[in-house]
Design a protein around this ligand. Structure first.
Ligand SMILES: *Cc1c(COP(=O)(O)O)cnc(C)c1O
Length: 374
């Protein structure tokens, strides 16, 4: 097929709309207004209000988890998790993630030690973890990259053997099941991001899911300055609370999550069927469900990626180079051992536009551009 023809047919030429890698999902306006009316009637806008409590219990039920603590964003979720679990010294983590996985460690004075990824799953390679453990190592921070489950059992057994904590960055793994149970229950803690660009969002927001109730209770104090009552501060704390407007947005979106997932899954299936012979796709962990949070494709070279991206850009389509650059190249780190696989994947990976409203015409435009140049 000829992309030019499709463009004309779909009226995408000239000043057509810009298609970005994602578009923030906004829920039913009337429903949101009802929540906002209630906030106005009580004037309770933050500090563990009614909607934060309601969202907490609805998310625990929807995700099938316990000890879920809502926080202000996904980065503070990581920081509070490290602080709660007493993480210091060095932490083993992946170089292939969003920058916050590494920057949150550095911000807390923890030294990230990178372990390279599996070139097909894009997740940390567990067979390389043990060699990287040093006397100062206190934890492992893996990422379920693009919602694809890490080798959680192997990672948990390594952590146990070496007396390390595990904190999974589950920012992409909302709702993912592993062997029929929530993937988010693994580790001492798993963090989520509810940023506007994520599958489920509260504008800004996040959550920590703790294995132990005591850790949950400690973190709950920590996100509110360590204040335990009108006259008592019993813990070093910070401000990382979610507010009622954020929670209201989350409650509205949670009502629509099944439709969102259905629409995203259809787009992913269309991409997969149309592109699997042209580009390499992420190898999914067969034990986990797909939440269709991202659609990454891997080109044979960076040159090809740049060519395809340029063609898309000129058609008004903006895919994103997630994740690039590889985090072992961050300028503010002490020089690190080069993580060759992560750097290679970072140079060749592109995430395609994916959001419920993305029209079939626009999906075809993406597909045809890729096919024409691949
Ligand atoms: C989005 C994201 C974060 C940060 O979450 P924020 O809510 O934006 O602070 C952390 N890790 C990963 C892997 C992410 O994709």
């Amino acid at each position: 097929m000829d992309t030019e023809k499709v463009k004309t047919k779909n009226g995408l030429k000239g000043g057509s709309e810009i298609i970005n890698v994602t578009k923030t999902y906004l829920p039913d306006r009337n429903k949101l207004n009802n929540y906002i009316d209630k906030i106005y009637s009580t004037a309770w806008v933050t500090n563990n209000g009614q909607f934060v409590q309601e969202l907490t219990s609805r998310l625990e039920e929807y995700l099938g988890v316990q000890n879920l603590l809502l926080v202000s964003n996904g980065t503070s979720a990581l920081q509070v998790a490290y602080k709660t679990l007493g993480i210091t010294g060095q932490v083993i983590t992946t170089p292939f993630s969003f920058v916050a996985t590494t920057s949150s460690l550095v911000w807390e004075g923890i030294d990230p030690v990178f372990v390279d990824i599996d070139p097909e799953t894009f997740c940390i390679d567990p067979s390389k973890i043990e060699n990287a453990i040093l006397p100062e190592t206190t934890a492992i921070v893996p990422v379920h990259v693009f919602g694809n489950a890490c080798e959680v059992e192997e990672i948990e057994s390594i952590a146990k053997r070496h007396n390390l904590k595990t904190i999974y960055d589950g920012a992409h793994a909302f709702g993912v099941k592993y062997k029929g149970e929530s993937l988010l229950s693994y580790g001492d803690a798993t963090t989520l991001s509810f940023h506007a660009t994520k599958l489920f969002h509260t504008i800004e927001g996040g959550a920590i899911i703790f294995k132990n109730k005591e850790d949950y209770e400690k973190a709950k104090l920590m996100i509110n300055f360590g204040i335990s009552g009108p006259d008592a501060v019993i813990e070093l704390g910070i401000n990382a609370k979610m507010n009622e407007f954020q929670a209201a947005m989350g409650l509205c979106i949670l009502d629509e999550i099944d439709t969102i997932l259905e629409q995203r899954s259809e787009i992913c299936k269309h991409y997969e069927n149309s592109l699997k012979d042209y580009v390499q796709l992420q190898k999914r962990n067969l034990e986990c469900t797909n939440n269709y949070s991202y659609f990454p494709v891997l080109f044979e070279s960076e040159e090809k990626l740049l060519k395809v991206r340029a063609a898309m850009n000129s058609a008004g389509i903006n895919p994103r180079r997630y994740f690039s650059p590889s985090l072992d190249t961050l300028v503010y780190l002490q020089p690190k051992e080069p993580q060759r696989i992560s750097r290679d994947i970072a140079n060749r990976v592109l995430c395609l536009p994916l959001y419920p409203e993305l029209s079939v015409n626009h999906q075809n435009e993406v597909i045809l551009t890729m096919r024409d140049l691949s």
